[in-house]
Write a protein that binds this ligand. Structure first.
Ligand code: C5P
Length: 232
């Protein structure tokens, strides 16, 4: 199974993003484009980064009725991204429709992964606001199982959940994990963090790393350190 480090391009403009990518003269990192950059620059930013030879995880977390998600995924698949995602809480019907929309006429498609419960959702918020009374970890695993049964390739989760997800959904079901920090580094607003090395030990397939690389004095060196620690 492919393992890789994905850099979260959490910038608000094309200029800042391309200036950051210009620092990488030797390698072409796998990158994540999220809502901020996509809403600021539109699909053109995806084409521009793809044209530079990067693999792209388009992190737009779709959640709507199945027909709308299916048609939107068909548009995204035309952007030739490598990975994209949706909310598993949209139900299996939505996930199956998404997969259909994403599949190109030749049968290929970007990897489709699901968000289970956002890491910002605590047990208390889930119980009180969403009226879901089961334990949070059980809900996360159930959503992962639904995603696997719908034919999705994997889930976004904490590295701390990666082992359990693999146990329930199999080792080929990929875990894409944010919340990664270097030992002794700034934690920022992340609460439960692990190092790249620990994420590997816990079974993460892809780690998503933002500020430890984008805000580093030497982002290329930070990226290389991350790859070295994660891939061993
Ligand atoms: O800067 P940092 O390494 O915290 O960035 C992590 C990236 O992963 C951000 O783009 C953030 O939105 C995303 N993410 C996350 N936690 C989730 C899902 C996505 O941190 N549960």
């Amino acid at each position: 199974m492919a393992k890789d480090v994905i850099i979260a391009l959490d910038f608000d403009s094309k200029e800042k993003t391309l200036a950051f990518l210009d620092l990488f003269t030797e390698e072409k990192p796998f990158v994540k484009i999220g809502m901020e950059l996509y809403y600021a620059e539109g699909p053109e930013i995806v084409r521009a980064i793809k044209a530079r030879g990067h693999k792209i995880f388009l992190d737009l977390k779709l959640h709507d009725i199945p027909n709308t998600v299916k048609k939107s995924m068909a548009v995204l698949s035309g952007l030739d991204v490598d990975m994209t995602n949706l909310h598993a809480s949209g139900t299996k019907a939505m996930m199956e429709a998404a997969l259909e929309g994403l599949t190109r006429p030749d049968g290929t498609r970007p990897m489709l992964i699901a968000v289970t419960q956002l890491t910002s959702t605590s047990q208390e918020r889930m119980t009180n606001d969403l009226l879901i009374e089961k334990p949070l970890d059980e809900v996360v695993l159930h959503y992962a199982k639904c995603a696997a049964e719908s034919g999705l390739a994997g889930v976004v989760c904490s590295p701390l959940e990666a082992g359990k997800v693999h146990e329930v959904c199999g080792n080929d079901f990929v875990t894409v994990t944010p919340g990664v920090r270097f030992a002794g580094g700034e934690v920022g607003d992340q609460v439960r963090v692990t190092t790249p090395e620990k994420a590997r030990e816990l079974g993460s397939d892809y780690i998503v790393v933002g500020r430890p690389i984008t805000a580093a004095e030497d982002p290329v060196a930070a990226y290389r350190r991350c790859v070295k620690e994660f891939l061993g």
